[in-house]
Design a binder for this molecule. Structure first.
Ligand code: GDP
Ligand code: MG
Length: 176
């Protein structure tokens, strides 16, 4: 879409979760339909955008990616400011990345909009043989915490579109 075309809404969505769970590749898949197996730790770039149509309105998703600040509490409050949605990402092959989810959730809820739409994302679903977090455990946690939940593969482009679509259309319902 060219810059002269009208944008009806801009929604900020943040990506959070431990380092190496695949946040930057999820974003690359969504924003540019790209994937890289040897992605460097993210430096610099603050956000990427993609414009979609929801209910005949043009919605620009502004997706923020951490600039390698995934150490607990290193993500600044500016990162969360104004965010209406979040993808809370863990790696299904790394138990620790799932065990850290409650901390990320607490930090998110402490900083973001009170109506923020949160999607719990179990990434790397293509690595089924190395799975360390069951779908059931994650689903149960998501239900308890009132989060949406999907397992994705940025590599195979599974459910990435769906994860963002769900978050953006739920934001749209509240803010349009
Ligand atoms: P980030 O630190 O959370 O931004 O993680 P990255 O996006 O940089 O990804 C970390 C590593 O995991 C990279 O080597 C990616 O290529 C790899 N990766 C990311 N998503 C997937 C996925 O869905 N499947 C597999 N097999 N590898 C992935
Ligand atoms: Mg990254």
């Amino acid at each position: 879409m060219s810059s002269v075309e009208k944008v009806d809404y801009v929604f900020k969505v943040v990506l959070i979760g431990d380092s190496a769970v695949g946040k930057s590749q999820i974003l690359a898949r969504f924003a540019r339909n790209e994937f890289s197996l040897d992605s460097k730790a993210t430096i610099g770039v603050e956000f990427q955008t993609r414009t979609l149509v929801i209910d005949h309105k043009s919605v620009k998703a502004q997706i923020w990616d951490t600039a390698g600040q995934e150490r607990y509490r290193a993500v600044t409050s500016a990162y969360y400011r104004g965010a209406l949605g979040a993808l809370l990402v863990y790696d299904i092959t790394k138990r620790q990345s799932f065990d850290h989810i409650p901390r990320w959730l607490e930090e998110l809820r402490g900083h973001a909009d009170k109506n923020i739409i949160i999607m719990l994302v179990g990434n790397k679903s293509d690595l089924e043989d190395e799975r360390a977090v069951s779908t059931e455990d994650a689903k149960e946690f998501a239900e308890k915490e009132n989060l949406f939940f999907l397992e994705t593969s940025a590599l195979q482009a599974t459910n990435v579109e769906s994860a963002f679509q769900t978050v953006l259309s739920e934001i749209f319902k509240i803010h349009s």
